[in-house]
Design a protein around this ligand. Structure first.
Ligand code: NAP
Length: 248
C-alpha cells in the first residue's frame, strides 16, 4: 500500500540533500510532487524528470523561499497545476555560521529570512487552500540545534527555535479546520554538505550518537511520510526528533 496515494505535496528546497530525499520518497509513496529550488537549476530540472519517471505528476518551481510575494505566486502555481495541495513541507534552509563577535547583521537577517520567514510565507499563502479543502498537513523542518542551541550558530539556532514556536502556534490556530502542523528536527544527517568535512571529525560525531551512525536523508524523509499521511491524522503541534537518540 502506498501511503500518499492521491495526495499533492509541495517540498521547498528539494534540489539536493534532505529535500530531494523527501520529494523522491513522497513519489515512491504515490504523491504528486511540486518542489522548489533556487540556485541549483540543473539539479532541479533533473529531479523533475526523476520524479516523473516514477509515474507521478511532478513539477519544479524556481522560487526564493525568503520572498513573501514569491510564495503566493508559488502556491497559486501549484494549485493551478495540481488542482490542490495536501502537504506542505518547508525544508529550504541555509547556514551562515560564526561566533557572535564575528556575526554580521546580514548573516543574521539572511538566515532568519530563508529559514524562518519562509515558513510564514508559504503557510500564509496556502492556508486558504487548506481551509477550502477542509484539511492539510504542514511539516516544517527544524533542527536539534533549535532545541539545544549551538555555539557558532546563534542565527541558525534562533531561526530553528522560531520554527518550533510557529509550528505549535499554527497547530493551535488551525486545528479546528483539520489543518495539522508539525515539525521534524533532524540531528546529524550525512549530506553533500557533511561529505566535505574531514572523516575524523565526522567519525567523532557518529561515535557520540546512541545509534552510532549519522542519519541518512531518507531517515528524515520517512518521518515526513508519516506526518504527511493519514497514519498521523491525530498528530499535531509536535516536534519529531530524527537524531539517532542524540538529544534525549
Ligand atoms: P542542503 O543540502 O544545503 O540543501 C538545501 C536546499 O535548500 C537546497 O535544495 C537549496 O536549493 C534550498 N534553498 C536554500 N536557500 C533557498 C531559498 N532562498 N529558496 C529556495 N530554496 C533554497 O541542506 P540539507 O542538509 O539538505 O538541509 C535541508 C533542511 O534540513 C534545512 O532546513 C536544514 O536546516 C535542515 N537540517 C539539516 C541537517 C543536516 O544535518 N543536514 C540537520 C538538521 C536540520 P538551491 O541549491 O537550488 O539553492
Amino acid at each position: 500500500m502506498k501511503l500518499l496515494e492521491g495526495k499533492t505535496a509541495l517540498v521547498t528546497g528539494a534540489s539536493k540533500g534532505i529535500g530531494r530525499a523527501i520529494a523522491l520518497t513522497y513519489a515512491d509513496q504515490g504523491a504528486n510532487v511540486a518542489f522548489t529550488y533556487l540556485s541549483s537549476v540543473e539539479k532541479g530540472q533533473a529531479l523533475e524528470e526523476e520524479l516523473t519517471a516514477k509515474g507521478v505528476k511532478a513539477k519544479g518551481f524556481r522560487s526564493d523561499a525568503s520572498k513573501y510575494d514569491a510564495a503566493q505566486e508559488l502556491i497559486d502555481g501549484v494549485v493551478k497545476e495540481f488542482g490542490g495541495l495536501d502537504i506542505l513541507v518547508n525544508n529550504a534552509g541555509i547556514t551562515q555560521d560564526n561566533l557572535l563577535m564575528r556575526m554580521t547583521e546580514e548573516m543574521w537577517d539572511r538566515v532568519m529570512e530563508v529559514n524562518l520567514k519562509s515558513c510564514f510565507n508559504t503557510v500564509k499563502a496556502s492556508c486558504r487552500t487548506f481551509m477550502k479543502q477542509k484539511g492539510g498537513s504542514i511539516i516544517n523542518i527544524t533542527s536539534v540545534v533549535g532545541i539545544k542551541g549551538n555555539a557558532g550558530q546563534g542565527n541558525y539556532a534562533a531561526s530553528k527555535a522560531g520554527i518550533i514556536g510557529f509550528t505549535k502556534s499554527i497547530a493551535l490556530e488551525l486545528g479546528s479546520r483539520n489543518i495539522r502542523s508539525n515539525a521534524v528536527a533532524p540531528g546529524f544527517i550525512e549530506t553533500e554538505m557533511t561529505d566535505q568535512l574531514d572523516e575524523k571529525t565526522v567519525q567523532g560525531w557518529r561515535d557520540a550518537i546512541p545509534l552510532k551512525r549519522g542519519g541518512q536523508p531518507e531517515d528524515v524523509a520517512n518521518a515526513c511520510v508519516y506526518l504527511g499521511s493519514d497514519m498521523s491524522t491525530y498528530v499535531s503541534g509536535q516536534v519529531i526528533q530524527v537524531d539517532g537518540g542524540m538529544l534525549t
